[in-house]
Structure formats: C-alpha cells, structure tokens
Write a protein that binds this ligand. Structure first.
Ligand code: ADP
Ligand code: MG
Length: 324
C-alpha cells in the first residue's frame, strides 16, 4: 500500500503537476506580489474528537493549521474559506455557532478575512475543509527546497507539547479535570497558535526575523523527524541534529523525567506548529552554537538524518504522523 507521500509524489509525476509539494502553492499575482494558498482536511475521529475537544477549539484549530502553512512560506495570511459537512444531529446543536466563534476569533487575531466556504450534510461524522491564502513579495516565498549544505537547522519554538497533550487526552485527561501543567499540554494539542505576528503585536515580544534569513522552511505538523525529512528530500541534502539542542516544551517534565522519553515527544510527535527552517550558518558549526532554536546543520549525506546524543551518532528514522 502506498504511503500518502508516495501517493502525492506519484500524482505529481504522472500528471506533471508542478505546483504541488510545498506547504502552500505559489501563484503569481502581479509584478510585485505572489499569492500562496493551502487547504487542510479535518475529519472527525481521525483529526479531532468531539469528546476530547470543544467546538470552539475545533474551529480555532481548523484555521490555525492552514495559517501555519501560510507562515511556513514566509507569507502573510489575508483570506480564508471553510467548508463544513455535518450530520443532522450535530446541525441541530450549537456546534456550528461555536465552531465559527473559535474560527473567527483566530481570524481576527491575525487579520484574516473569511471570504467563503460551503455547507453539506454527512451521514455520520463531521468533515471540515480549511483553506487559507496569503501574500508574499514576488519570488520571496520560502520553499522546502532551498536548504544548502552547511546551513544551520532551526526551530521557532519548543517541541513535544502537542503530542504529550494528545497522550494525556488518550489517557482520559480532559480540559475540565486537568492539572495546570497538563492543561498547558492539552491546549497545545487542541488549540495551537500558528507562528505568525498577531495584529495587536506586543512590543515586548520580539519576533525573530525568520523570513529574511530562511533558505528553506516547513511547519512542524507531522513531527520534526518527518518534516525535516521533507526538507531534506526537497533540497537533496542530509541533516545532523543535536538532541541536547532541541528546545523541549517546559511542561514535558511533568510527563516524564527521562530525557530520551521527552526527546521522543519532541522529535516524533506532531502538531507543534512551530516553524522548522534552515539558514546560512556564516560557517559556525551548529554543535558550537548556543543560539536558541539552532538544532543542527545541513549535510551532504543526501536523505540521511543523523541524531547526535551524548556525542554519539545514530540514524534517525522518521516516525511522525501519516494518515496512510
Ligand atoms: P502540509 O502538511 O504542509 O499541509 P501535506 O503533507 O498535506 O502538506 O501535502 C504536501 C503537498 O501535497 C502539498 O503541496 C499539498 O497541497 C499536496 N497534496 C496533498 N494531498 C493532495 C491531494 N489529495 N491532491 C493533490 N495534492 C495534494
Ligand atoms: Mg505544512
């Protein structure tokens, strides 16, 4: 059976579809601007569960995952569309109102205008299609394919929180009964924020200038190990990452005191929605860099990701999330 990524690769090749393969498709708008556009499908009991989340969070997350893909292109989100298919028993409740409350709150925060969508009925489960579009200076969209040997590999924030939150939800912890450290992890899973500047920018919070520095970028949706592989494949390079440099979600300590287990959440757990990017290293070896978020370096070992723990190297297999 094909994996979903093999399916997409085959589709691209078979039909010569050149715009598929990045976090967003890039389309020329005018002489100064390119448009970027992305779609994400969220299916009840596969991508979210009604007994784990609430309608407001499902609305929030539906938009957040698409805005994260716009952020991953170095673009500014501007418009969105959302289509919903719901069974009649859900239609009769306040689900849809609450869904839009969460969705539109997030849209307002990032200056995004909802410009359309569609409604249909499903026999059993809720299905949501979330589209977001944005703008970027012409030719400046940051692709997965731009990583160069010697670049350093960076993440925009701490990892592992969302997958630890998922584990807590699987173990029966809910928003209502969670201890405060658990709540931080659960909310990271249920209502993540994309790595974008909000409209009301807090002057104390300095956003790093990722967009002007990154040579390649992707958002961490499937997990660091898998998303780094996407960059390596698109850029025809390899990677070396240093376990001790990976910023861990501070609440992971509540889950486990064992470093390897914390690392497992951060490396293989998905849905952190931080950005993973490469930038020119100015010849500083990543192993000697103390800058927050620098986790490794791009190598010439095409397709191979090395993980260094305690100065020992091992090959990293990608165990992130795949539907098929
Ligand atoms: P992301 O995790 O960033 O949303 P995906 O892994 O879902 O990206 O998709 C990778 C690329 O494949 C994207 O360019 C996406 O638009 C494309 N793609 C995914 N599914 C399909 C599909 N069913 N038909 C055509 N293109 C697809
Ligand atoms: Mg993405």
């Amino acid at each position: 059976m094909l994996t979903e990524f093999e399916f997409i690769e085959n589709l691209k090749k078979k039909h010569s579809l050149t715009k598929i393969g990045d976090d967003c498709a890039v389309i020329p708008k005018d002489s100064k601007t390119d448009l970027v556009i992305t779609t994400d499908l969220l299916v009840e009991d596969i991508d979210f569960r009604l007994d784990w989340s609430k309608p407001e969070f499902i609305g929030h997350k539906s938009l957040a995952v698409s805005l994260s893909d716009v952020a991953a292109m170095g673009a500014k989100p501007v418009w969105s569309m959302v289509s919903i298919g719901v069974p009649e028993r859900i239609w009769k409740t306040d689900f849809v109102d609450e869904f839009y409350k969460g969705y539109l709150n997030l849209a307002e925060k990032y200056g995004v205008e909802l410009i359309g969508g569609d409604v249909s009925k499903t026999p059993d489960k809720i299905v949501i299609d979330s589209i977001a579009a944005g703008e970027v200076e012409k030719g400046k969209a940051i692709l997965r394919s731009g990583a160069k040997i010697g670049d350093v590999i960076c993440v925009s924030g701490c990892l592992g929180g969302a997958s630890a939150g998922l584990k807590l939800l699987e173990n029966g912890v809910r928003e209502e009964n969670a201890a405060s450290w658990q709540l931080g992890l659960i909310l990271q899973q249920l209502a993540p924020y994309p790595f974008l500047e909000p409209v009301e920018f807090h002057p104390k919070f300095r956003f790093p200038e990722i967009n002007s520095l990154a040579t390649a970028m992707i958002d961490i949706s499937d997990g660091l190990s898998l998303d780094l592989r996407h960059i390596c494949e698109a850029s025809s390079v390899g990677a070396r990452i240093f376990a001790e440099k990976i910023p861990l979600h501070r609440r992971l300590r509540g889950m486990t005191k064992i470093f390897e287990e914390q690392l497992n959440f951060a490396i293989h757990g998905g849905e952190d929605f931080e950005l993973l990017y490469t930038k020119n290293s100015k010849k500083i070896s990543a192993s000697k860099t103390t800058e927050f978020g620098v986790i490794g370096e791009v190598t010439g070992n095409v397709g191979i990701i090395e993980l260094i723990i305690d100065s020992k190297s091992q090959f990293l297999t990608s165990k992130g999330f795949q539907h098929f």
